[in-house]
Design a protein around this ligand. Structure first.
Ligand code: PGA
Length: 249
């Protein structure tokens, strides 16, 4: 069975005090927007800046929501070492973190991540029992020149070498849809995600869509049969809006 995972990616937003405010309000909104009493087959994950991880691992359990998890936005491939500015899997495990985004397009674009480093990070996360969320997606130019499929297939081929598909989430995030308000049409996201699934050895991998997901397009996105969840940037910063996304109808 494919798991539904509704994930937020806070990127470089929210200090500790802002994070505390979010979680003081989020449970009320979750209750207020719930479509029916018990729809919690859905996993909720919020990937926060490293500086919030330790704090939120104490704040979030107190909310008492079994399906609500905190994740990281990256993880290094080494256990430790001279890698200034990086965080290792054992450091995340010590905090009880079970999820980490890997290969987000902003990491690839601004911080020099390659398919090779993405692959190493995926394997390191898994070696420590962390479920990585691998992000793949094409640029506007690649879409316009009909390279979407070949580009994504090449990312998958390189990123997934020796990666365990039984402990993996994939997010299809067209780069042109990230932070632009220009959402990929739901049926097109569904089509690409179906193609991605066709390249996997495990057809039960959770595959999310990401890119300008909002409370007003979530219902249509989640009505698509291939889409198993979403990775939400901007709209995950607002507790009311993100609660409505979690509680899609
Ligand atoms: P967005 O970001 O929802 O703000 O478009 C998505 C992402 O980068 O994961």
């Amino acid at each position: 069975m494919r798991k539904i995972v509704i994930a937020g990616n806070w990127k470089m937003y929210k200090t500790q005090s802002e994070a505390k405010t979010f979680f003081s309000e989020f449970p009320t909104h979750l209750k207020a927007t719930a479509p029916q009493a018990a729809v919690f087959d859905r996993q909720i994950l919020i990937c926060v800046p490293y500086t919030n991880l330790s704090l939120l691992q104490t704040v979030v359990p107190a909310i008492g929501h079994a399906n609500l998890h905190i994740g990281a936005q990256n993880v290094h491939w080494s256990e430790n070492g001279a890698f200034t500015g990086e965080i290792s899997a054992p450091m995340l495990v010590e905090l009880g973190i079970k999820y980490a985004i890997v290969g987000h397009s902003e990491r690839r674009q601004f911080f020099g991540e390659t398919d090779e480093t993405v692959n190493k990070r995926l394997k390191a996360a898994q070696a420590y029992g962390i479920t990585p969320i691998l992000c793949v997606g094409e640029s506007k130019q690649q879409r316009d020149t009909n390279e979407t499929e070949s580009w994504i297939f090449s990312q998958l081929a390189a990123d997934l070498v020796d990666v365990d598909q039984n402990n993996l989430i994939i997010a299809y995030e067209p780069i042109w849809a990230i932070g632009t308000g220009d959402t990929c049409a739901a049926n097109e996201a569904n089509r690409v995600i179906g193609l991605i699934r066709g390249r996997l050895t495990n057809p039960n991998v959770t595959i999310q869509y990401g890119g300008s997901v909002k409370s007003d397009n979530i219902d249509e996105i989640m009505s698509q049969p291939e889409i198993d969840g979403v990775l939400v940037g901007g709209a995950s910063l607002d507790p009311a809006g993100f609660a409505r996304i979690v509680n899609y109808h």
